[in-house]
Design a protein around this ligand. Structure first.
Ligand SMILES: [Zn+2]
Length: 437
């Protein structure tokens, strides 16, 4: 009961702050920032040492403007100092452990307390409610089992914001039969899983899955795939930007012009290579300071993504600040020998523009070297001629990316199965190159 009331208490505050005036939001940020920095300095050895090293006391950080005084923290550092980044106020065994997908092959463990778990649930619901989710909607999420949250017992009993989880590791028959049984009004999940589901639903001509809205996230989705999902289910698709460390941090409202930042729980900055904040409209590395993670604080944390700062206002009435589309996981950006940077999105678009794209069931692009891209293809049917597809696709990609014959090799491999990462997240485009940006 306590747990259920807490979620609704948080939810009420979040809904109100999302539409309050900017001055109030900044006041809320400053108050909570001061509190978490003081807490981290007092109880988290890692931050205590960090601040001491740069000669800063916690009392030097009073407002968001003071954040630039603090050093930027990166994933590797957190991984190496895991035990020192947990607050001494918490017993490690009482914390819930989450794990990031680790596109580098080295996942990051994240510890959260019970209270933060409730807060995350409320945070999660705020955006969904603004997009049209109602308390009694049937709600299905397709995700990795490690991210299945517990639905508070009382919510389940009274059927309010009750959620059914479907595992991405289940075979597609099981996924479809669960979704068909629940008949969700709200269908949520990793974008790639929703795409795979939509493809299968279209192939089988299933007409019984009719969500009113679709919420996708966890990885980038290109416009082609988004439109395909919307067409198959005849419902709008709203993209959400979330990371395991901080839960959802930005999301599309019904206007779908840009992404609202969850600025009442996370302070998001966009920084250039020198650590300075970029101007509106410019790309910058996303650095977040969480205002709610107390068991394992994240202060000036580089999340590994690139975004575009924005000062625009949204016509929807929500006053939370905006950002423009996340350009791609930083470690997934691709680079061509002439130095051109490509977001993974350009590759998925290029693949979707291929004349025989309908013959491809699934694909995955791996940049192995600066001049070598491996492209794994799962064909839709056995009758597709591999040799013809291979030569046509290589020609198409060279034309799309405007590269000369000897400049880049596109190596096409036909596979029967393209596997998910261990966490169940699927990145269609990945890079194995180590680079500075
Ligand atoms: Zn809006």
């Amino acid at each position: 009961m306590r747990n259920y009331l807490k979620v609704f208490y948080y939810l009420h505050g979040m809904m109100k702050r999302a539409c309050s005036d900017r001055g109030k939001l900044i006041e809320h940020q400053n108050k909570n920032l001061e509190r978490i920095v003081k807490y981290a300095y007092d109880y988290v050895p890692f931050y205590h040492q960090k601040l001491k090293n740069v000669g800063i006391k916690s009392s030097d950080i009073r407002t968001v403007k003071d954040l630039c005084k603090l050093p930027i923290i990166r994933k590797d550092e957190i991984r190496k100092n895991f035990s020192k980044i947990i607050s001494s106020k918490f017993d490690m065994n009482s914390l819930r452990m989450l794990s990031t997908s680790g596109s580098t092959g080295l996942p990051l463990r994240v510890s959260i307390s019970k209270g933060e778990d409730d807060y995350r649930k409320a945070k999660h619901l705020t955006a969904n409610i603004f997009c049209g989710q109602k308390p009694r909607d049937r709600y299905v999420t397709i995700a990795s089992p490690s991210h299945f949250g517990e639905v508070p017992k009382l919510l389940r009993v009274i059927g309010v914001y009750d959620r059914t989880f479907v595992s991405v590791f289940d075979d597609i028959d099981t996924q479809i039969s669960t979704v068909e049984k629940v008949k969700p009004n709200v269908l949520a999940g990793y974008s790639s899983s929703l795409l795979l589901l939509a493809k299968e639903v279209e192939k089988r001509g299933i007409k019984t899955i009719k969500p009113r809205l679709i919420l996708g996230g966890a990885e980038l989705i290109d416009d082609f795939s988004r439109r395909f999902i919307e067409e198959v289910f005849d419902a709008p698709f709203y993209d959400q930007y979330a990371i395991v460390e901080l839960d959802r941090i930005a999301w599309q409202c019904t206007a779908r012009l840009q992404y609202h930042i969850d600025a009442d729980s996370v302070i998001m900055q966009f920084l250039d290579e020198n650590g300075e904040e970029v101007s509106a409209g410019e790309r910058g590395e996303i650095v977040c300071t969480s205002l709610f993670n107390y068991a394992m604080p994240f202060i000036r944390y580089a999340v590994g993504d690139i975004g575009i700062a924005s000062e625009d206002e949204c016509p929807c009435g929500i006053t939370l600040p905006l950002m423009k589309m996340v350009e791609g996981r930083k470690d997934s950006l691709l680079v061509l020998p002439d130095g051109r940077l490509l977001s993974p999105r350009t590759f998925t678009v290029a693949m979707n523009m291929f004349e025989s794209t309908r013959d491809i069931d699934q694909f995955r692009v791996i940049q192995r070297k600066i001049d070598l891209f491996e492209i794994h293809i799962k064909k839709k049917s056995e009758v597709v001629n591999e040799k013809t597809m291979e030569s046509k696709l290589v020609m198409h990609l060279k034309k799309m990316f405007n590269v000369k014959d000897d400049e880049v090799t596109f190596e096409i491999q036909f596979d029967n199965d393209i596997r998910f990462d261990k966490t169940g997240k699927f990145s269609a485009v990945v890079s194995e190159l180590k680079k500075s940006f």
